[in-house]
Write a protein that binds this ligand. Structure first.
Ligand SMILES: Nc1ncnc2c1ncn2[C@@H]1O[C@H](COP(=O)(O)OP(=O)(O)OP(=O)(O)O)[C@@H](O)[C@H]1O
Length: 496
């Protein structure tokens, strides 16, 4: 048995830590108030911390601080006995130190019946929480530092074992293995799919889950005119890759234990994806970033240097910037209402900043604002370095840009001609998620749910790439189409 300290705990406030008084010899009262957001103890407890603590030796007549366990943070409990004495061990998630979770254990000692009663109440709470019980897990041994398997073994498997969660683990043997597997496997009884690795393996899982849903519901996902249906099988990511951007968005940290715990807690949100269509096929889906031009080239270079590990992302982008090239593109898009309003404002006689900006743009580019044949598409021809969009939109939050899931449109950013220094400065601001990072004269912003990009005839013999969630996708024809599918993807995680 662990060493125990006898205290009486009074937990009345909605705080993580609260004051409790030691009263030796008091009979253990049972009062577990668990019906609200917090799991509150009002019991005499004997308490140990998993890490040593200064007050461990001091057993009498003083105040102690004991964690109050949030209902959502209970992991597991069990009753232990020695003669007439009962011990109740509760494992829980401590989130008192920032955004990361830590596993902690509290041991309550006292009358066996009372311990058993509390244990049953905890089991009741756990069943009310309706947490996932079984996961299908894909580990990409090639991700990041090639340690995804170790990460899973160290941080995830022990937690799920402790909580009695069943896992079917597949270590991928080749690229696209996860997608292929998900299209044909039996998912009966599976409450969620977990990718262990980077954004690339997550993308493969998402592709598999979404395609499977469309096939089951007879939706022709290859046709960009057709909206995809929602997949309600949640997908989670244990960060073990190089970038781990989506994990940061969903769990607010790149800590694999925290990600595993948050997936276990079972909170989900609906997210968007953008489909990429070429050659009458859906070539890819993006749930994070879609970048044509500079970011496509950059990702192609990064892939060539995969042997450098995650440090490739520090070096290769600089080299790619030095070699940046422009592309002559024809972009067609279906404008959102806000774009139409923007156009109306420009045609009115009043003076405003938007008015001025649009007039300048009309003079300097060959915008064709209204396609007579199909009035729902507008066209722009321009020479650009990059065209990017983010299915998880970045919106203002606490003085920076932060992720927003499930928005009703895509913001498409076209980076036009600009000096190298200005471009580098702007990208540095994007990296910092500065509020004004796209607010510069060489970037044009369009709001749309669908757009097409065509490369001008003079450049058709060159290779171009799309950065799709960190993977480089080669253009197999000189044009492609992108369509937003709103809230079709269920992800484990929470909006900040
Ligand atoms: N067994 C495998 N062998 C080789 N490649 C694989 C295997 N399993 C998956 N892949 C591919 O590895 C690529 C990269 O994986 P992943 O994104 O997980 O790691 P990463 O690139 O290091 O991380 P990040 O995307 O966060 O930068 C994916 O495109 C995936 O197709």
């Amino acid at each position: 048995m662990p060493e125990l300290i006898t205290t009486i705990g009074f937990f009345k406030e909605r705080v993580n830590w609260t004051r409790c008084r030691h009263t030796p010899g008091d009979k253990l009262p049972l009062n577990v108030q668990n019906r609200t957001k917090h799991f509150l103890f009002k019991v005499a407890i004997e308490y140990t911390r998993s890490k040593g603590d200064a007050w461990e030796d001091d057993r009498r007549e003083r105040y102690y601080f004991i964690p109050c366990i949030l209902r959502d943070n209970i992991l597991q409990s069990r009753v232990l006995t020695t003669d007439d004495q009962g011990y109740l061990e509760i494992n829980f998630l401590d989130c008192s130190q920032g955004k990361r979770y830590h596993k902690k254990k509290v041991t309550i000692s006292g009358d066996l019946d009372i311990c058993t009663q509390i244990h049953h109440q905890i089991q009741e709470i756990l069943s009310e929480l309706k947490r996932p019980k079984r996961f299908l897990v894909f580990i990409n041994p090639n991700s990041g530092h090639k340690k995804a398997g170790k990460v899973y073994g160290k941080y995830v498997a022990p937690l799920y074992d402790l909580c009695g969660v069943q896992t079917d683990v597949i270590v991928t043997s080749h690229a696209k293995h996860a997608t292929e597997f998900l299209l044909s496997c039996d998912l009966k009884g599976v409450d969620g799919v977990i990718a262990v690795g980077g954004d690339g393996i997550l993308n493969e899982v998402i592709m598999g889950v979404l395609k499977r849903t469309q096939i089951q519901r007879q939706v022709n996902y290859d046709d960009p005119n057709v909206a995809m249906e929602m997949s309600n099988l949640p997908v989670g990511i244990i960060p073990a890759g190089s970038g781990n951007v989506i994990a940061q968005y969903l769990y607010h940290t790149k800590c694999p234990f925290t990600a595993a715990a948050k997936i276990l807690q079972g909170h989900t949100l609906q997210s968007n994806v953008a489909s990429v269509h070429m050659d009458q096929k859906m070539s890819a889906v993006s749930s994070l970033i879609l970048g044509f031009g500079l970011f496509g080239d950059m990702m192609k270079e990064c892939e060539k240097h995969r042997n450098m590990g995650p440090s490739r992302y520090n070096v290769i982008p600089i080299l790619s910037m030095m070699k940046r090239r422009t592309v002559d593109v024809n972009l067609s898009y279906q404008p959102m209402e806000s774009n139409k309003k923007f156009r109306r404002q420009a045609s009115c006689p009043g003076h405003c900043m938007q008015h001025d900006r649009l007039l300048k743009r009309a003079k300097s580019t060959s915008d064709i604002l209204e396609d007579q044949e199909d009035k729902h598409w507008e066209k722009i021809s321009d020479r650009v370095f990059a065209i990017d969009t983010h299915p998880i939109m970045m919106t203002p939050k606490d003085g920076k840009l932060g992720p927003s899931f499930g928005k009703d449109h895509l913001n498409v950013f076209m980076t036009g001609k600009c000096g190298l220094l200005s471009h580098v400065t702007q990208l540095a601001k994007v990296k910092e998620w500065d509020l004004h990072c796209y607010n510069t004269k060489f970037i044009r912003e369009i709001q749309t749910q669908r757009f097409k990009i065509g490369i001008s005839n003079t450049m058709k013999d060159k290779d171009f790439y799309i950065n799709c969630d960190g993977e480089a996708l080669l253009l197999t024809q000189p044009s492609f189409e992108v369509r937003l599918h709103r809230r079709v993807l269920t992800l484990f995680g929470q909006q900040l």
